[in-house]
Write a protein that binds this ligand. Structure first.
Ligand SMILES: [Zn+2]
Length: 267
């Protein structure tokens, strides 16, 4: 079934040369989502001469706060994000941090909408990239809602591209490698969330990343806190631990996929 779904991804329409060269702001809930969800697309857009900026919504302070003091973790993840963005072709001045507390973005929606609204007015991007609306993670969903909220009063036409991250953490893309009971629970949750066949129909644009996959890998490897155990403990969570590595593989398929919505110009 997974092979059939992957084949279907190859049939999605490609972003045109004009779309690749259009200016964009990528809104990323945490320091790594930008590379996972659209790192290849950012590289291709930069190659096409597009102006691209990345906005990190939260401070990333909760990923490993059991092991590293929050302040230190925030500083580390900030450095990693700037290095990763450089690998994607961005200058550090085009990487911004809104620093809302990790895990609590949904509680700050009103102020976040105002800040994003101002950024959009100041920079007038032709495109924005945001997490897919049906992402289960609360910061991902909040990022989606905040950007849509900010665009409600935006005067210019903008193309919104929703990118999947936690979407891939569902059957059939990934299996659950736990005991039988947790495998059945995973399967049931995936069916209930309708994130297999049904969701794949919603993604209508793709960017081929085959030729620049190693560059995307290099960018991701800059997120050391997410890719390496900095403390010798099996409890230090890594991206490659999720679904026994199958989830991480989903970001290195031949293409990145998006759901596009155009918000028309307001007179
Ligand atoms: Zn995230």
């Amino acid at each position: 079934m997974r092979a059939r779904l992957r084949k279907r991804l190859n049939k999605i329409k490609s972003l045109s040369a004009t779309d690749l060269s259009a200016s964009a702001i990528v809104f990323s809930p945490h320091q790594d989502d930008e590379t996972l969800g659209c790192g290849g697309t950012i590289i291709r857009k930069r190659e096409a001469g597009a102006e691209v900026r990345i906005v990190f919504m939260t401070d990333g302070s909760r990923s490993h706060d059991r092991f590293i003091p929050e302040k230190k973790l925030i500083a580390l993840r900030r450095q990693e994000a700037v290095k990763a963005a450089e690998c994607l072709g961005l200058r550090p001045e085009n990487v911004w941090f809104l620093d809302f507390r990790d895990g609590e973005l949904a509680d700050r929606q009103t102020i976040a909408i105002e800040r994003v609204r101002q950024l959009l007015l100041d920079h007038q991007p032709q495109q924005v990239f945001i997490p897919y609306v049906r992402e289960a993670h609360p910061d991902h969903l909040a990022t989606n809602e905040i950007v849509f909220g900010a665009l409600a009063s935006h005067p210019q036409e903008v193309a919104i591209y929703e990118y999947p991250v936690w979407y891939w953490h569902h059957f059939p893309w990934t299996a659950n490698w736990g005991d039988r009971a947790s495998q059945i629970a995973y399967l049931k949750a995936s069916i209930k969330a309708k994130l297999g066949w049904q969701a794949v129909q919603e993604f209508d644009y793709r960017v081929d990343i085959e030729s620049i996959r190693s560059q995307k890998q290099l960018a991701l490897s800059q997120h050391h806190t997410q890719m390496e155990r900095l403390v010798d403990s099996p409890d230090w969570g890594l991206l490659k631990d999720v679904a026994d590595g199958e989830w991480l593989e989903c970001f290195f398929q031949s293409q990145e996929i998006f759901r596009r919505t155009i918000i028309a110009t307001r007179k």
